[in-house]
Design a protein. Sequence first.
Length: 286
Amino acid sequence: MKKLISTGLPMIGSLSPRLAGRLAFELWRRPMARGQVRDSERTIHEAARVEVVDGVVSYAWGDGRRPVLLVHGWRSRASRYAGFVTRLLELGYSPVAYDAPGHGDSPGPIVSILGHQRIIRRLEERHGPFEGVIAHSLGVPFALYAVREGVAAKRLVMISGVADFGYLADAFCHELGLGPKVNKELRRRIERRYFDGDDQIWTRFSVATGDVDLLVIHNDEDDVVDPRQARVLLRAYGPRAHFLATSGLGHRRIMIDPEVITEAVAFLQDQSLQNSDVPERLDLGA
């Protein structure tokens, strides 16, 4: 199916960018496949307390003290954090997560970054304030925007994350071989459908300067989110941002890597950025 789309859609785009933009938008807003609970995740998944919050399925573990919010990415689900949940529980944290609309066990349709902001706010009212937030992939801009708009969190760990909101449209079009005219049409439809025609969303929802301690984790072989997005995040947060480089894990295996899990949770525990365990900074001049 993907091969058929990547062959046919560029051809349509060469004839009618407007039609191709409409078709691209219909593909863009659909996860296509829901992530299923893996065997390795099932024990943790089934141990959660399950509630419906703001129309989505949410999960909570632990005794409620020291809550940490976990935000998954596109075509994913909360159970992908099973390794993180186990480690957080061992250290006395109470993980909280949700299946995004149209993902996992939550009904659709998908919602915009503003919809995720509302969901995260409701989870904060129910479980927070949060000791920290860990987000992956598309969950990164959702989490960062919610914090920027007032959700309380002491520390943030952003893994394989999107920092430039426009990257979502650019990467999608690049993957399907769609040119700038179709990209422009796609962006217009996103603006109209989800944001009342606001053409400033590409700046508004990109990562902005933050005043929370931030750990960025990315992989040099990430074929879903360009590793250069990590540099955008680090520049925005300046001296409050720290970087953990990984190699050979790609976009998905990074979520089950024991070292990544250990470093992420250790960062939430640290009381001082001068601690020797804090990962080295990325050379932004590179």
